[in-house]
Design a protein. Sequence first.
Length: 292
Amino acid sequence: MMTWLLKLRPADSLTIVFSSFLLVLTLVYFPSIPSAGYLMLIYSSIILFQIVLIYIGRINPFLAAARDIIFPVVSVLVIFDSLGLIVHAVNRHDIDYLLIRFDYRMFGGYSTVLLERFINPLLTDVLQVAYSTYYFIPIALGISLKVGGKRGPFEKSLFLMLFCFYLSYVGYLLFPAVGPRYAMNHLYDRELDGFLVSRPIQNTLNLLEGIKRDAFPSGHTAIALTSLFLSYRYDRTLFRWMLVPVILLVPATVYCRYHYAVDVVAGAILAVVTLTAGEVYYNLLSGYARRS
């Protein structure tokens, strides 16, 4: 089994391994997870579909695109959505109080509360939109490299983006935290109201994401910075388009009360870990696959 996994494309084997890890975790904590059966079905389906796509992805361009673009996006979203059912069953000790304390020591106050003095409807709209670009930035990178025929950069970027996502999910399991918009709601004197788009975006994200313990580390920061670096390396035109949204996205995570400042620091560290350790891991896996 291990030898077979090592022969696969690194991105495919990574999704199989991480989904298998979650499947085993669900089995171990089966009595504590109300929806354990559902989660087992989800993780088993991801593994099965990934294996099927490995072998049928060569048949036609659509199936190849499904394997390269569609399925990675779906698997990331489905796994993220499942975390709301598993995180607190595995680890019931929220660490919001520690993150709040870290923020206070770093800034002499609560970061999201300190930013209340800068609240402005136009700024709120701009930063809320910037925050939402997170959902499109990695997809734009993948499509750009795929359409541009940059097969090698695409394969490595796909692996590194998945590696970053999955590491952030491990962070949520180890360090569950709901974030300042819930844990510190009683401390805010002003609402984050914009002119046109802020409230609809906030309502949509709240509906889609619900209350998940996904504050630490900031996946938004890690994914955005990783995508920006990869676009600089492989597609300078896309990098120029990404630069401003990413620069705005990072402070937006705190301004919009989704993250503590320490989450952003952790997210930046996660991006560095992804680009260093992930690259070493990718080179080892791809080297083994080529020799097999």
